[in-house]
Each structure stands twice: as structure tokens, then as C-alpha cells.
Write a protein that binds this ligand. Structure first.
Ligand SMILES: Nc1nc2c(ncn2[C@@H]2O[C@H](COP(=O)(O)OP(=O)(O)O)[C@@H](O)[C@H]2O)c(=O)[nH]1
Ligand SMILES: [Mg+2]
Length: 374
């Protein structure tokens, strides 16, 4: 697999020549839904440092630059990522921000409401809005999905400067046309700047050439207004740098929205719960994980930054409880271990996680008295 999977069908600019992108309509769409945080940018951060290193460096240098009253140009771009469930939206975002901020699983409906993931590249803050997959009313009823599934993608579109549509080219039934739910959203905001990510090319074994698929998705059975089309494997990282270059290029001078140390707008407890949920989705058969309730029973951050959390997995019946625990507790141990490892890489901190599986109604009421995390 080569690393040059990006094909620009309608090249509106050439990154290497640094020609500016022409007339993006309604590009800086300021809404009061976005709070603004003044962050000063400092030049000269080594390119080969890790994102964490750069964050720390930026933090300390920006503090010193504030003291010296220096001001540098910071840039910003808000990107809504939309698409039907399971096309790889969260995987794309995690790759672009450099850590697992959005929960991922092999099953649909892992992302339940919109979440922001914040990436920093040099002087640019990229704010991604991960949205639940677009679903019809039927699908929503079938999977008992929350109200957020309907409205979140639309509000994300409204807030964002640019829309990234993720499309799965490994699905032989749907790969050559955009889903009507995606098209509907694009038609709702026809003047919004948008680009297309054709994902999962690593699974793609087809007779149609890549170019044919691009043409179909972009023209006959799709949306003709995409500024750029990228062919990527978000899982392997192929083609992802081209997307990042593109986003950095179209960002605009603006104060940052979030302080340097923030990588998501979600509380830590929510990140922990979502991570445990995504592992349950991966390790349990079919519909079962959707019937479980997952709540934080205990959460604490020690003086050295170590996080400790106890997560309750509440099952509606004893039969399900046994299934979740697995033979000799093996299944739940794997879930807890994988979740703990993932959380360590997300927070870049030591995390101690305990997952408790429980069943009865008494436990349920005890939990609700303590209050569920939002
Ligand atoms: N093979 C392959 N799998 C991918 C790729 N991108 C995402 N996936 C997988 O697709 C599944 C759904 O991904 P996720 O990001 O949760 O999709 P979302 O529902 O659109 O957010 C997960 O199992 C991912 O590991 C890719 O490029 N190649
Ligand atoms: Mg998702």
C-alpha cells in the first residue's frame, strides 16, 4: 500500500505551491455557541516533537510570551465530521488529533452525542466535532437511540467552518453513492465548504477504479460541491497527512477556542464511560451492549495526576450479567484491561480502572442517588 492515496479530483489549490484557496463561502461562521479563549502562539516548536511535548512546550512558552507581552498569529478551524454509522468518523478524528479522544468500536452507534476533539499543529488549533452516525427514525427506534442522534449532526454543521463527509468505500452496496441522510444535510447547507473522505481503502477490493468511485460519489450519485476528495485508510494512517495539510492550509487567523492543555470538551468521567462502553461493544455479541447501563461510581485524580475510576456496568438480568462477566470473569477482565490501556494513552496519565458488573434494581437506585455523570 502506498502512502500517496490522496487524489484531488477538483484541485482548488495546490498545497506545495501555497496558493490560497479561492472564495470559500461563509467560511468564518462565527456563532455564539463557541466560546473564545485567548491563547497566544509561540513560534519555533520542533516539528519532530510529539503532540504532548508540543502542548507542554506551547503551554510554558505561551505563558512566558504573555509575560513579555508578545503577540503571535494563532489560527483556527472548526470541522464537523459527518457520515452514517461505522464509516470511521471517530477513527479519522483520533488520527488527526493524535490520540484516542473519540470512542471507537466495530459496532454501530458507539458515538452517542457530539463531542469535540481538539488538535494543535504549530500555531493552528483544529477543533473537530465528532457526531453520532446519521440514522433514520426507524433505526433510532430499533436501537433505542437518544434524541441527540437526530439533532447533533445538524447543529455541528451549523457551528463548523467546514464539513468533512466520511464515506466507506469497502461497502460494496453503498460505496458508489452518498447516503440520502448525508445528502440531505449537505443540501440543507449548500454554501458550507465541504470535503469528502473516502475511507477504508485498505479493505477495498473492487473492479471499479478508485477514480470511478470518486466521480460517482462526487457527481452522479453524490454531491458536486466537494472542494477536495481524499482516499484514505484512517486505521493505517494512509493518506491522513494530506487531510491534515489541507485543514491547516484553510484555517484562518483567529484566537483559539480552547486552552492548550485541553484535548476534548468532554469531562474525564464521560471519556472513561465511553471507553468502557466501546470495549463492551467490541467484546459482546450483537445487541447486548445496547441494553447495558454504564455509570461512574468513583472518580479521583491523585496529586501525581494518576486517575482512579470505578465503573459500574448495570445489567437488566442475571443472565446478561453472567454473559458480560464471562467464564471465570475472563471477558470483563479483558474489557477492563483494554479500556485502562486506551485511557492511559488518551489522558497520557497513569489510570487505574475497576469495572464492576452488577444486576439488581437495588444497585440501580443506589447509583441514581449518587447521580449519573452527564
Ligand atoms: N479496515 C479498516 N477499518 C477501519 C478504518 N477506519 C475505521 N475502521 C473501523 O471501522 C469501525 C468503525 O469505526 P468508527 O471510527 O467507530 O466509526 P464511526 O461510527 O463512523 O465513528 C472500527 O472497528 C474501526 O476500527 C479503515 O481505514 N480501515
Ligand atoms: Mg463514532
Amino acid at each position: 500500500m502506498t502512502h500517496s492515496l490522496c487524489h484531488c479530483v477538483t484541485p482548488v489549490f495546490n498545497i506545495s505551491k501555497r496558493i490560497l484557496i479561492p472564495c470559500s463561502i461563509g467560511f468564518r461562521n462565527v456563532t455564539n455557541l463557541w466560546k473564545t479563549v485567548e491563547v497566544r502562539f509561540v513560534r519555533g516548536i520542533a516539528d519532530d516533537s510529539t503532540v504532548a511535548d508540543r502542548r507542554d512546550l506551547l503551554l510554558s512558552k505561551s505563558e512566558s510570551s504573555v509575560k513579555r507581552n508578545e503577540s503571535y498569529e494563532s489560527r483556527l478551524l472548526k470541522i464537523a465530521i459527518i457520515g452514517v454509522p461505522n464509516v470511521g468518523k471517530s477513527t479519522v478524528i483520533n488520527h488527526l488529533v493524535g490520540r484516542k479522544v473519540c470512542s471507537i468500536s466495530s459496532k454501530v452507534h458507539t458515538t452517542r452525542c457530539k463531542a469535540r476533539a481538539i488538535g494543535i499543529e504549530g500555531n493552528t488549533q483544529l477543533v473537530f466535532l465528532d457526531t453520532p452516525g446519521l440514522v433514520s427514525a426507524d433505526e433510532s427506534n430499533r436501537h433505542h437511540l437518544e434524541h441527540s442522534f437526530h439533532g447533533d449532526s445538524e447543529t455541528a454543521m451549523l457551528e463548523a467552518d467546514v464539513i468533512g463527509v466520511v464515506h466507506d468505500v469497502s461497502n460494496t452496496w453503498t460505496r458508489d453513492r452518498l447516503d440520502p441522510k448525508v445528502l440531505r444535510l449537505l443540501y440543507l447547507y449548500p454554501k458550507k465548504h465541504s470535503f469528502l473522505i473516502l475511507n477504508k481503502v485498505c479493505l477495498y477490493r473492487a473492479s471499479l477504479s478508485e477514480l470511478q468511485i470518486q466521480r460517482k460519489v462526487q457527481n452522479q450519485k453524490g454531491w458536486p460541491n466537494f472542494s477536495e476528495v481524499f482516499m484514505v485508510s484512517a486505521l493505517l494512517g494512509d493518506g491522513m497527512n494530506d487531510i491534515k495539510d489541507y485543514l491547516l492550509h484553510i484555517s484562518e487567523p483567529s484566537p483559539w477556542l480552547y486552552p492548550v492543555s485541553e484535548f476534548t470538551d468532554q469531562p474525564s468521567e464521560t471519556v472513561i464511560i465511553n471507553t468502557v462502553r466501546s470495549k463492551l461493544l467490541d467484546h459482546l455479541p450483537q445487541e447486548i451492549p445496547y441494553n447495558l447501563d454504564t455509570v461512574i461510581e468513583y472518580f479521583d485524580v491523585g496529586a501525581d495526576g494518576t486517575m482512579s475510576a470505578v465503573v459500574l456496568v448495570i445489567c437488566p438480568s442475571l443472565r446478561l450479567q453472567r454473559l458480560v462477566v464471562g467464564s471465570r470473569g475472563r471477558r470483563i477482565r479483558v474489557v477492563a484491561l483494554e479500556a485502562e490501556q486506551e485511557l492511559q494513552s488518551t489522558f497520557r496519565q497513569q489510570v487505574r480502572l475497576k469495572v464492576v458488573v452488577t444486576e439488581n434494581n437495588q444497585t440501580l437506585s443506589a447509583v441514581s442517588q449518587k447521580g449519573k455523570p452527564s
